[in-house]
Design a protein around this ligand. Structure first.
Ligand SMILES: *Cc1c(COP(=O)(O)O)cnc(C)c1O
Length: 391
């Protein structure tokens, strides 16, 4: 038997695997591996006993994810970040880590639909209750926090009305009451607004949106203090909502242009909102950057720019919104947001689908609303497109 030369199958599998000496990459390599090799029993034992920072298995951690997490923590001024396979993966892992049976979550019903359904239909089955309060009650949550409240979950700006909350005030009330505040910062992005320095305990992102920015990866993240983020480690290992290393590489690339993309999203959205503010074909143009927006003052105080989301309220109700939706051309008819491509969606057929008139009224959503995710195309083309779609 030839003891030096291995069989072809063995050679094809093992030759040139692992680190290549003399090849120091500029960008982070994608560690497309499910598991990591140990040199010895001693090294494995050191890892298992917590005495080393080796990687073990990719469902636990992976260097490509780790590199992305360092960038995400940087973006939000956080000590630590953890990525997940989707925004919902991040939300579910966070809820399951922070909450136990008997605990209560306080939030507005005007939150992301997936978060709402997770609380209402899933967590309720495990003894976690949710108290849905009016947005105005959430402005100072002191009076809605109860003895069982563990977490206050909120967003600002809120879909699709782009109403804003005073982040420091919400966070301060939570801290005084000894309750954790968690904020979904997807719509604003860390370029426009950083909730952690304002006192929020944890920030969550659907990285699918602006952070990746190219509409080609589904991902999520949580950022905050090392102590809080590390409380999510067991949930990520055991629930397994892990981001693929190749997708992590794409997001890390997308993040490199976050600032330049956001400057353009902000400028395009503001330009579009201003172009149609006061237009008689509309009941309202909702954009926090307009002085006419009900929360303009707080938005201007806590945001650097006002983001890329603009909502048009058309006086003709659903028929007018549907007509606009069918005519729009440069904006694509698609759900989601935050990519370089402009998108248009109808809230009553997406986030608020099936809601009663009362529910819509309490969320301040109308059947005539059209939501625009303003991309980074040429502004004059976007204005002309909205103008022709209005007819
Ligand atoms: C899209 C979105 C989510 C969910 O994120 P996924 O990546 O789709 O799982 C959560 N919150 C907000 C505000 C979103 O827009």
């Amino acid at each position: 038997m030839n003891t030096t030369r291995k069989g072809l199958a063995t050679r094809l599998i093992h030759t040139a695997e692992g680190h290549q000496p003399g090849a120091v990459p500029l960008t982070t390599p994608i560690y497309e591996t499910t598991t990591f090799v140990f040199d010895s029993t001693a090294q494995l034992q050191a890892y298992i006993e917590g005495g080393s920072d080796s990687y073990f298995y990719s469902r636990y951690d992976n260097p490509s994810l780790h590199a992305l997490e360092a960038k995400l923590a940087e973006a939000e001024d956080a000590e630590a970040a953890m990525v997940f396979a989707s925004g919902m993966g991040a939300i579910a892992s966070t809820m399951l880590s922070l909450l136990s049976a008997g605990d209560e979550v306080v939030c507005s019903a005007a939150i992301y639909g997936g978060t709402l359904h997770l609380l209402q239909s899933f967590l309720a089955r495990f003894g976690v209750t949710t108290r849905f309060v009016e947005l105005d009650q959430l402005r100072d949550p002191t009076f809605v926090i109860g003895p069982a409240t563990k977490v206050v979950w909120f967003e600002s700006p809120i879909n699709p009305t782009l109403r804003c909350l005073d982040i420091a005030r919400v966070a301060g009330a939570c801290r005084t009451a000894g309750v954790l505040s968690v904020m979904d910062n997807t719509f604003a992005t860390p370029f426009n607004q950083r909730p952690l320095p304002l006192g929020v305990d944890l920030v969550m992102h659907s990285v699918t949106k602006y952070l990746n920015g190219h509409s080609d990866v589904t991902a999520g993240a949580i950022m905050g203090s090392r102590e809080l983020v590390e409380r999510l480690i067991p949930a990520r290992k055991l629930i397994g909502a892990l981001l693929d290393p190749a997708a992590a590489g794409l997001v890390a690339r997308g993040l490199k242009t976050l600032e330049v993309r956001m400057e353009r999203h902000n400028a395009n959205a503001l330009g579009l909102a201003r172009a149609f503010e006061g237009d008689r074909r509309m009941s309202a143009v909702l954009y926090p950057g307009l002085a006419s927006h009900p929360d303009h003052a707080i938005a201007a105080a806590q945001m650097r720019g006002f983001g890329g989301m603009v909502t048009l309220d058309l006086p003709g109700g659903f028929d007018a919104a549907a007509r606009f939706f069918d005519r729009i051309a440069v904006f694509k008819r698609a759900t989601s947001l935050g990519g370089v491509e402009s998108l248009c969606s109808l809230p009553v057929l997406t986030s608020q689908y099936g809601w009663t008139d009362d529910q819509l009224a309490s969320a301040q959503v109308t059947r005539g609303m059209v939501r625009l995710s303003v991309g980074i195309e040429s502004l004059e083309d976007l204005i002309a497109d909205v103008d022709q779609a209005l007819g």
